[in-house]
Structure formats: C-alpha cells, structure tokens
Write a protein that binds this ligand. Structure first.
Ligand code: ARG
Length: 563
C-alpha cells in the first residue's frame, strides 16, 4: 500500500496542485507520536495566500480520513496515523508475495546504466583500496537492477601504457619463470620495483622500456606474447577475488580495447577545433573552466589515460545508449573526470551531462597487524582470507558443532568486510578495525546476519502457519514499528539510487535488524498469548527474513541459515 500516494490524492481532492508535487512534500516524522506521515503546509501558503496553520486547520476538517486511524492537525502540519492492522497485514502479505522481488520497481524500465567499477591495473596488486570501488560498484549495479534498469557492469582494466614496456624489459632481464607461475602478481611487482631501482643507476633502461612499448604498440610478436601472458595471469588472480566476493562484470573491455578506436576519437576532437599544440603535445585547453589542459597526445605521439577514457565514453554511448554512465573511482581522480566530461561537452555531446563520477574515500587501518606480502600493500585476497580465518576461530569457540562451518565462515567473514566498506557515506574514509568489524553486536554485518539466522531458527521451530492469519493480534508498539520498517525497503532503494549511496541500504537493514531485536527482546513468539498471535508473529518473522535477505543482497552480502 502506497500511503504517500493515497495521502497525496486525498490532499489533491482539496487543493488544486500537481499530485507529484504534493507527494514530494509528504514527510515521515522522526517520532511515532507525530504520526506515520506528515504533510507540512508551508509550500501551500504561497499558492493559497493563507497562513500555513490556517490551511492545515481547514484541511483537517475536509479531508477524507477513511482507512486512517486518525488525522490530526498540529500547527502547520497534518499528521496521518495509519490504521495499524491494515498496514501490518498489507505489508507482511506484500513482502511474502513478492519474495525476492520485494522492494523492486520499474522506475528504470527501458533505460540502460553503465557502471565502470573495480578496474584494477594489470600486473599490480589487487589491494584493499580496490574493494571500495568493487563493493560500491557491485552494490549500485544491484540497486539499479532492482529499479528495473538494464545495467552494464564494466571492468575498465588498466592494461595499457608505457609501464608495460618497463615490465617487459624487467622480465627479460630478471624474470623468474617458476615464480611467475606460482605467484604472478608478486613476481611482476618484484621485477617492476627492481626495474625502477636499476633505472636510477642506469637511465638507458628507460630507453629500452620505451622501445619495448613501441614494439608492443606495433603488435610485434614477442612483446605481445609477454603482455598477453601478464594480462592472463593477473586476470586469473583478480577473478579469484571476484568469485570470493560474488562480483561479476558484463564487460572486461580494458584500456587496450580502445587502441584501434582512438584515432577516430582524436580526429573528432581535431575536427571540433578543440585540439591545440602545447609544448609539442596535443591538448584541449580548459582554462575557461579553471582546469589544466586535457592532454590527448603526448609530445612523442603517445595517447594517455584521458584519451582512452574519452574514447571509451563515446564507445559506451554508441554501444549501450546509456541513460547514465557512472564511474566508481577514487576522489583523487576527480579532476581527471572533470576534464574528460568537459571535453566531451565541448565536443558538442550533450550526453556528457549524463556521465557521473562517483568518488569515495580512503582505507586506513587502526590495527597494523595485517599480513602484508610486500612493502605497504595489503592484498585484498589476504585480507578476505584473514577475515574468514578469524570468523572460523569465533565459530569454533562459540558453536563448534555447526554444520558447514567453512562455508558459514566465508559468508560471515567476507560479508563483514564488505559491510564495513558500505556502512558509511562513501566519501568518508574507512578506519579498519577487526574487532569492531567482526563483533556480533555492533552495527556490523555479523550482527545483521545473526539476526537473520536467529529469526530463521524461530521459523524452523514453529513450522508452517495456517492459511488465515489474524493480523489484528499484532498490537504492540514493537510489532508496529518493525512492520513499518519493513514497508520502507523501496524508499531506501530509491534514496540509495538517487544519492548513489549504498550506505542507505546498509543503514536501512541495520534499522530492520534493530527493530526486530527490540521486538524479540520484549515478546516471546513460541510462547505467545494464543495461537493466533503466535502465527501472526511467525508470518511477520518470515517477512523480516525476506527483507533482510533482499537488503543484504543489494550490498553484496550473503545470509546464512544457521550460525
Ligand atoms: N585503472 C585505474 C586505476 O587503478 C582506474 C580506472 C577507472 N576507470 C576509468 N574509466 N578511468 O587508477
């Protein structure tokens, strides 16, 4: 039941304004004694040329109150108290009928959204920082899909650039075949670091690397073979992590994919009259926009990161005809994306306005006792494995007889990490703390998963409910507050999508879990007053499980039936 819509319609019967405009004004009051919905009359004052409190006083007399417990007027507000039994019945039944689709809508029907996320660099470690873009992108993917959009997930791999010339040179000089097979990224990182050390003493190495990159660009066999090998080995490692996280992509078109497409793009930039020479390089001047020039070709004729992003954006528009083209990339690239989007706009592409950079903060560690393989980089795979191992220890201690311990530990451990990344506004830095993250009673993934498992155990205990349920038995404040929470999933999805903030789902599912635990701590389900009450509660608990499961799915976290 869409109360906002119903209230808006009732108001419209009395004042001649757009339905949508009225609906947008409807608020959900912070306290239950102010009603379940409130309508402030300030905006009407201008149109009706009357004081807000007078309008409210007038409206409360005239408005159709059927289906509501009562409608009150306090000052400039109309406060709507919904009929509790109706809300409970309609919500629980809807959740159970819609099942996995509960919360979904068709807002995005017929529209496509492309999301560029994760996009790590080949031959470089896939580290803890990458989880931010990966988890955010994966969650936005699922959120937009729930809104009915067709979503295209793109992994814009960093698989091109002069660094590959260095890597080829380093590999030919110091590469160890066995080590490459066993731990490819470590080996590639080792020789890459060595290259830089050696090049400091012997600058001619840089020339050698340039030569190899040129050969690679010209498609020479040996260089291409090595590059392909580096890429395949890296991808194998990345995919192992994606599998652990349950993350997938529709396209792995990385930077090299645009090699044969950049000439056309550069020509288009040239034709639009934007390309100028500056110190030998070809650039687009952006000083009118208070930005340094966007470099298209370096003095040696080589294209760069920005050239590939310009080409990729045009390719995405041509291929997918996106409604929105989203980039989930760290804050440090804000200028880069501004330059790219502004250049596209200057080229006359209005769809440049549909390109969005979604930045995020950094990851810090409060506890430095993390295993690092090399230097300061913490490999994401190591972090996830450590989370699983630590969870397994907790299970061994608390519930050693649990079935499928390993699988449960994986879902809880990895879920705890992902939950931490998506808990707060994405622009905030994450301070990583094992103890806090794995705790069962903070604002954590394990807390929500535990709530789910506990609810599931109640359902297992009580078995099936009879056909006819008397929802009027659910009269307590806790039950009403809980079901009201359940009715809010679609609102949460829509706000998360509008603000590009998956944390709105994370906060929502925490609210559901808290409301459930409040209910659970003050009422016994198994020993309810009578059978009718017991079964009405059982249905409500089933709905709680569905809502938690759907919400956690949207942030990329699995549930476990027992823990
Ligand atoms: N590979 C880049 C990096 O690691 C991120 C790429 C983001 N996507 C893009 N279209 N520029 O910094």
């Amino acid at each position: 039941m869409d109360y906002k819509k119903i209230i808006a319609e009732r108001i419209k019967e009395n004042v001649d304004l757009e339905l949508e405009f009225i609906e947008k004004l409807i608020e959900i009051p912070p306290q239950a004694d102010m009603g379940d919905f409130a309508f402030p009359c300030f905006q009407l004052a201008k149109v009706l040329r009357k004081a807000p409190h007078m309008i409210a006083g007038d409206l409360v007399e005239k408005i159709d109150k059927s289906g509501f417990e009562r409608v009150e007027n306090i000052g400039p507000y109309l406060n709507f108290f919904v009929d509790k039994t109706t809300l409970i019945k309609e919500t629980v039944e809807k959740v159970l009928n819609d099942g996995e689709r509960y919360g979904c809508s068709e807002i995005g029907k017929g529209k496509t959204i492309t999301i560029d996320y994760s996009s790590p660099n080949i031959a470089k470690p896939f580290h803890v920082g990458h989880l931010f873009t990966t988890a955010l992108g994966n969650s936005l993917y699922r959120i937009f899909t729930a809104q009915g959009y067709k979503v295209v997930g793109i992994n814009h791999l960093g698989d091109w650039g002069t660094q590959f010339g260095k890597l080829i040179s380093a590999y030919k000089r110091w590469g160890n075949e066995e080590a490459l097979e066993k731990e490819p990224i470590n080996e590639l990182l080792r020789i890459y670091v060595k290259f830089h050390e050696e090049a400091e003493k012997n600058p001619s190495l840089e020339d050698e690397a340039r030569k190899y990159f040129k050969n690679l660009e010209d498609g020479k066999e040996e260089e291409t073979k090595l590059w392909t090998r580096f890429k395949e080995l890296s991808l194998k490692e990345f995919k192992r992590v994606y599998d652990m996280l349950g993350v997938r992509f529709d396209s792995y078109a990385g930077e090299s994919f645009y090699n044969d497409k950049m000439d056309d793009m550069v020509e288009l930039i040239e034709k639009s009259g934007l390309l100028v020479e500056s110190q030998g390089a070809k650039v687009v001047m952006l000083e009118d926009y208070n930005m340094p020039p966007c470099i298209i070709k370096k003095a040696d004729g080589a294209t760069i990161y920005a050239t590939r992003d310009l080409t990729a954006a045009k390719y995405r528009k041509d291929t997918y005809d996106f409604y929105k083209n989203i980039y989930v990339v760290g804050k440090d690239q804000t200028l880069h994306f501004k330059q790219v989007f502004t250049t596209l706009k200057l080229m006359g592409y209005d769809w440049a306005d549909d390109c969005v950079h979604v930045p995020f903060g950094m990851v810090r560690f409060s506890d430095k006792k993390l295993s690092t393989r090399k230097g300061d980089v913490i490999f994401l795979e190591d972090l996830l494995n450590e989370a699983v191992a630590k969870t397994l220890d907790i299970i061994e201690e608390k519930n050693p007889n649990l079935e499928d311990k390993e699988d449960v530990a994986k879902k809880i451990g990895i879920g705890a990490v992902v939950f931490t990344y998506l808990k707060n506004n994405r622009e905030r830095d994450i301070v990583f703390d094992w103890k806090e993250m794995l705790s069962f009673d903070g604002e954590t993934g394990p807390y929500v998963q535990y709530t789910y498992a506990r609810a599931k155990s109640i359902i297992r205990k009580l078995g099936n409910a009879p056909e006819n349920i008397d929802y009027s038995k659910l009269t307590s404040k806790e039950e009403f507050e809980l079901v009201k929470e359940l009715s809010n999933l679609q609102n949460a999805i829509n706000s998360a999508a509008d603000k590009l903030q998956p944390c709105m789902i994370t906060r929502y599912v925490l609210d559901v879990a808290k409301a459930f635990n409040k209910f659970y701590n003050s009422h016994s389900i198994v020993n309810s007053e009578d059978d009718e009450t017991k079964y009405a509660r059982l249905k409500m608990v089933e709905a709680v499980c569905q809502v938690i499961k759907n919400s956690l799915y949207l942030i990329g976290v699995d549930v476990v039936e027992k823990m």
